[in-house]
Design a binder for this molecule. Sequence first.
Ligand SMILES: Cc1ncc(COP(=O)(O)O)c(C=O)c1O
Length: 447
Amino acid sequence: MRQDEIDITYENKTPTSKRLFARGSKLFAGGINHNVRLFKPYPFFSERATGRFIFDVDSNRYTDYWMGHWSLILGHSPKAVVRTLSEQLRKGTIYGTANGTSLELAELIQKLMPRAELLRFCSTGSEATMYAVRLARAKSHRRVIAKITGGWHGFNTTLMHSVNYPFHSPEGTGLIAEEEQFVESLPFNDLDSSLKILQSVIDDIACILLEPVLGGAGCITPDIDYLRGLQEFAHKNNILFVFDEIVTGFRLSIGGAIQKYGLQPDLFTLGKIVGGGMPIGVVCGMKEIMALADPTIETDNEIRCNIGGGTYSCNPMTMKAGLATIKYLDENKDEIYSKIDSLGAKARSGLTKIFSEANINTHVTGEGSLFLTHFLNEKVRTIKNAVDVALSDQKSLYRYHLALMALHQIFFLPGKMGAISYEHTEADVDRLLLATQAILDSGIISN
Ligand SMILES: Cc1ncc(COP(=O)(O)O)c(C=O)c1O
C-alpha cells in the first residue's frame, strides 16, 4: 500500500475533520494551536475521550498513545479527577487568591520529591523552564545556559535553541542572536564532548538544564554515567544542575527521574501529569535558590529574582485535578508503575521482534511506559542522541504511525513517542503488535 492510499483511507474515514481543518486554517496560522499537532494530510478533530480511547468528530475510536502530550497517566477523564472537578466547578474555577488545595498538592509533591524544598506553581511547562533559567542566572550571577542538542523545554525564548535539525541554525525568526550566544548545546550521552564544551565557557555558566530522558527529541534514554558526570561537573564548579522533569516526573517512578536515577538536581521542573489533565507547570528545588523568588525581598538589593506564576497559576481546578491524580498514583504506586512499565517493556520487545523478523532495521527506544520505534538506515545504526533521530528514516516512522491511525485506529502523534497509561491493557499492546505485523505484511514499510 502506498502513502497516498493510506491518506485516502484516512480522508474517507474523517470527512468532518477535513472540513473543520479547512475552516480552522482560516482562523489559525497553519490551522492549529500547537505546532506539534499538525500532521499530513490533516489532524483529526476530537469529540471526546475516555479511558484509553479518543473519539473524533466522525465517530472513529482510536486507542490513544499520545495521551494528551503524555500527560494522562491515569487515562482520559479518570473517575477521581472527574469527581473532584465536578465539585470544584460549582465552587469556582479561578479565585485569583490563595487556596488550601495548593498546599496539599505542594506537600504531597514534597513528600514524594524531597528536593522540592520550595515550589512555585504556574500554568505551563514553558513558563516553568523559563523561571528555572532565570533563577539559575540569579543564583549564579552568570549568563550561559547549557542544554542538550535537541532538548525541548517549551516555547520560552531562551531555550528555543538547538531544538530542530540541523540544530545550529536559529529556531525561526523573532529570536535575537545576541541572546542566543548565552546558550550552549551539549551532545546527549557523550560526556567527554559535553565536558569540553562546558569547560570552554566555564566562567559564565549558570546551569546545565536537561530532560533526563529526551522526550520530544525522540524518546532517548540516558546513559546513567552521562547524567552523573554532568552532575559531578556542575557541583564541582558551582554550576546549577537542573532537571526538566515535565515528562518524566511521576512517569518514570512516583519520585520521577530523580528517584529512578538517584540524582540530586538543584532545581527541577514539573508539568503534564502533575496537573491531572489541567494546565500546569511547577518550578521547584533547593530553598536557597527558590527563596530568591520571595517577593518580600527588596528589589534594589540585587538578590530578588522576579518570577511569575500568572493569572491562572494555582487555580483550584488544576490544584484539585493534580492532587487527585498524584494521590491516586501514590496510593496505588506499586500496582500502577509495575503495570505500565511492564506494558511498555512488552511493547518494546514485541515491536523489536516483529521488525527484526521482517528484516527491517529499527531501534525501539524508551523506558518504563514510554516507547518509540526508530527506523534505521545506512547513516544511523543506533539511537543515542537527537542527531541520530534526525538522520534516521523519519518518513517510514510517519508512514507507520499514519498507517496505525488510518488502518488500525491506533493513535500516536505521527513521529512522536507513545505513552502507556494505567487504562491500557495487555490486549491493547497485543493489538498494537498485530497491527504492526499487518502493516509490514502489506508492504507499507519495507527496507
Ligand atoms: C520536557 C518538556 N519541557 C517543557 C515542555 C513545555 O511544556 P508546555 O507545553 O506545558 O509549555 C514540554 C512540552 O512538551 C516538555 O516535553
